[in-house]
Design a protein. Structure first.
Lengths: 339, 339
């Protein structure tokens, strides 16, 4: 089996380089014959972190990058002004074919922008897309797009469906994923100008298109892939993330109302966490892929744990082994011929 | 004080005519000098329901309407084919100036479409809007639009802001409501074509515009009024409503796993309900107003309780007493002059 080289942005996320390096070490040890890991970032900080671990696996390498893109940096600006950042250096390695994939828990906008500009788009892709997993009763639903592309045209939603279909089939082993179009009613006649036209395209796409789904269907597992404009997807994703925080805050203020209430909340918390909160905790899911760029780039939550980082690395490996990008290229070009 | 005549659709909602009539009776008794109530629907069904109550208040009247629009009827079709429905008859009373307001817990689309077509729009309003309240830490945020108008132009979002501002000021007594524009980032430069232009209009509107808000800010009470295209608002509203159902289902399946789990969930449920679930229960809020139509039309949840019906009646009364529609007309015409 060919070894795969995965670049990990060691400066990415709120707990960098701690969680990035720890996650990288776990992955490097578990898969020492399958993957090599290249950490990018300030070499002294990375080495300090590596020294804290008993063993330094042979399949971990470090490439220095002096600058760090912070969570507050403007994506476009940071690309111009911080050309020696861990993100830029990492993506350059992909561009120069010195590595196969890049993962980062850093500034989402910056990683996305840099990936699109440095790696370019796969031929046939009008707009790249970021997908996000939502927990459902029946498993998981992935919503494309959650913020890479706003002001989409109908054909872009079709592209998201094609890419999402390939991703769910290959990375989550779902046979013939059900594709839904996010809209304001189930009937074909319901929607806005964008979705009404996209419906026609999806209906004739040969995909397993189940028609319109509504906001209430996202958490109900009605579809495996739900497509929408990145504006709408981003608003729902951020809304969903906030629900957990709001609930936690409510329990916190309730607990503060008195000693017994505090004990009572403490008693309930374990159950609450297992039954409900865990599923809504988007930090548990590791990273989301940026699909449509000519290379593998996975973006993680800023609060990614070492396990989340490890999962991102494995997801990158799987995308490469399953040749997700070649499949996207093929299907989109056969779609272009049909049109 | 001039008595106000409010039409209640007695055939509207999943529990019609029971809840509609019960709610109407409570309101009629509590405010016998302030309001008259006209129930529209099948007169024999309504009378049967009225007879179940000890007293029949003098300020309750019945107007017969033979047909019933069901929850599954197509809004536009039902308007054409069921001209003698409780909705049509009720709105005709407004049109003929025989009543001042209409409330219904029936088919939302049908009530909305019939209201717009029968009552017409207030001069200066390009698109009517439905607002929905979201619970927040600090109180309530109302999102406009949640489904009346999709494919909005920037000026429509400005209209929603003007109407929402007047509504929150007058009906919820909020001084100088904070207006937010729903977008994908806080910075002015973030958004899609619609919101980028709407930002400019809102900035120069003289309203208390606080800039962009994100999906995560909806439940955080950052703004009193949040404006967005009806497509986006509808998707979030339905997503939010589903969160409660999903959580309830999760607790239910957990309880089914064994006797002790069932008892434990039973013990927790009271707290859960008071601390979290209640706030997310959108049925508690009574109706949402359709703003921008030339008349008062309030639409309630299909599952509206008698108390929800009563609250809708009171909201209608308040909108009339505070002259919300005259204020909308004035502010939009002065905005038109400024343009």
């Amino acid at each position: 089996m060919k070894k795969i080289k995965i670049v990990v942005d060691a400066m990415g996320g709120d707990f960098a380089p701690l969680n990035d390096v720890s996650g990288a070490i776990i992955a490097a040890e578990e898969k020492k014959d399958e993957i090599d890991i290249i950490l990018t970032g300030r070499v002294n900080l990375i080495n300090d972190e590596l020294k804290k671990h008993k063993v330094r696996p042979d399949n971990i390498f470090v490439v220095n990058a002096e600058e760090v893109v912070t969570m507050d940096d403007s994506p476009v600006e940071s690309l111009k002004t911080k050309s020696d950042s861990s993100i830029s250096v990492g993506l350059n390695l992909l561009k120069e074919k010195k590595a196969d994939a890049f993962i980062s828990a850093g500034n989402t906008g910056a990683v996305m922008t840099a990936s699109i500009l440095k790696l370019g788009r796969i031929q046939g892709v009008g707009r790249p897309t970021i997908g996000s997993l939502f927990p459902t009763d029946k498993g998981k639903t992935m919503v494309f797009d959650v913020g890479a592309s706003v002001d989409c045209k109908p054909v872009h939603l079709l592209e998201f469906a094609v890419m999402g279909n390939i991703y769910m089939k290959n990375v989550y082993n779902i046979i013939n994923p059900k594709i839904g179009l996010l809209s304001v009613g189930e009937e074909k006649s319901k929607g806005d100008a964008l979705t009404l036209e996209a419906y026609e395209l999806l209906e004739n796409s040969g995909l397993n298109f189940i028609g319109n789904v509504e906001g209430r269907d996202v958490l109900r597992g009605k579809a495996d892939v739900i497509v929408c404009d990145g504006f709408v997807g981003n608003v729902i994703l951020k809304f969903a993330e906030s629900v957990l925080d709001v609930m936690k805050n409510k329990f916190r203020s309730y607990a503060e109302k008195g000693f017994f209430k505090k004990i009572w909340v403490g008693m309930m918390y374990g159950t609450l966490k297992n039954v409900v909160l865990k599923d809504f905790d988007y930090q548990e899911y590791g990273g989301v892929p940026l699909l449509g760029v000519d290379g593998i780039s996975i973006i993680g939550h800023g609060k990614s744990s070492p396990i989340a980082i490890k999962n991102m690395i494995y997801k990158a490996e799987e995308m490469i082994r399953k040749e997700v990008n070649s499949k996207i290229r093929e299907e989109l070009s056969s779609l272009a011929i049909k049109k």
